[in-house]
Design a protein around this ligand. Structure first.
Ligand SMILES: C[S@@+](CC[C@H](N)C(=O)[O-])C[C@H]1O[C@@H](n2cnc3c(N)ncnc32)[C@H](O)[C@@H]1O
Length: 241
């Protein structure tokens, strides 16, 4: 079996991050040995007796900034941790991690990036920012990629890191029971996924379209493509062009 893909999250909020990583498909992917998750508590790398991790910004302005030393120590530990997995790697495998800082100022992460990252064997370290962000010197001194999950500002990098991990992991072979599922999904083909129905056949006066009960797979396929196209035209016409 291949080495498990390694994802490390550095965060001030390890509990909710671990909670999500240990739920649903992500938990199953771990149990199958396809992925390995490590969650590091940034506070463990904090300064002094109080494990301080943040401070006021030089030059004034609101909010707090994550100090560089704890972040630097956590990154170093994460790298060593990643290298600690080296024994399990086969010769020639790349162990140099990719370091990702989720940031609203980064390149926007799309499904095509999730596909590309799903085939890249490098471990990924996610550095979840908080408060008003991190000291700029961390970004200048390391080769860190900034990636955004969309043009809006969140409280922390935890949700973006989880969103990116989730979108990558579900594409890894063996994670979902039917590998075709991800090929037909929204943003993986030319069209949105089609509208789905399950039991009961009538709900609040609304019937499941007859064609889906017909057993005629050619007609069902055509109907689904039409509906997917209709919705795309209505909601995201720019994607059709
Ligand atoms: C309140 S935000 C800091 C925003 C920063 N002061 C700015 O205006 O660009 C705190 C942290 O949340 C994360 N974050 C917020 N919005 C994000 C987004 N759209 N994509 C990825 N990460 C985001 C980043 O890690 C960031 O350091």
């Amino acid at each position: 079996m291949d080495n498990p893909r390694s994802f490390i999250v550095i965060t001030l909020f390890p509990e909710p991050v671990s909670g999500m990583l240990n739920s649903s498909i992500l938990r199953k992917a771990q149990e199958k040995g396809i992925v390995h998750f490590t969650v590091l508590n940034l506070r463990d790398f904090g300064n002094g007796r109080y494990r301080s991790t943040d401070d006021y910004p030089y030059g004034g302005g609101g909010g707090m900034i994550l100090r560089p030393e704890p972040v630097f120590r956590a990154l170093q530990f994460a790298r060593e941790r990643v290298c600690g997995l080296q024994e399990n790697l086969q010769q020639g495998d790349s162990i140099l991690p990719r370091i990702v800082y989720p940031s609203p100022q980064g390149r926007v992460f799309h499904q095509k990036d999730a596909w590309a990252w799903s085939t890249d064997p490098r471990p990924i370290i996610f550095l979840a920012g908080h408060y008003e962000g991190i000291d700029e010197r961390i970004l200048l001194g390391h080769s860190i990629e900034e990636w955004s999950i969309g043009d809006y500002v969140l409280t922390g990098g935890e949700l973006p890191a989880l969103a990116m991990i989730d979108s990558i992991v579900r594409l890894l072979p063996g994670v979902l029971s039917d590998p075709q599922t991800v090929r037909n999904e929204t943003f993986s083909g030319d069209l949105f996924d089609y509208p789905q129905y399950t039991r009961p056949p009538v709900f609040e006066g609304m019937k499941v379209p007859d064609v889906l009960l017909s057993g005629d797979h050619a007609r069902i396929g055509q109907y689904r493509r039409e509906k997917a196209r209709e919705k795309m035209l209505r909601v995201r016409p720019e994607l059709l062009s």
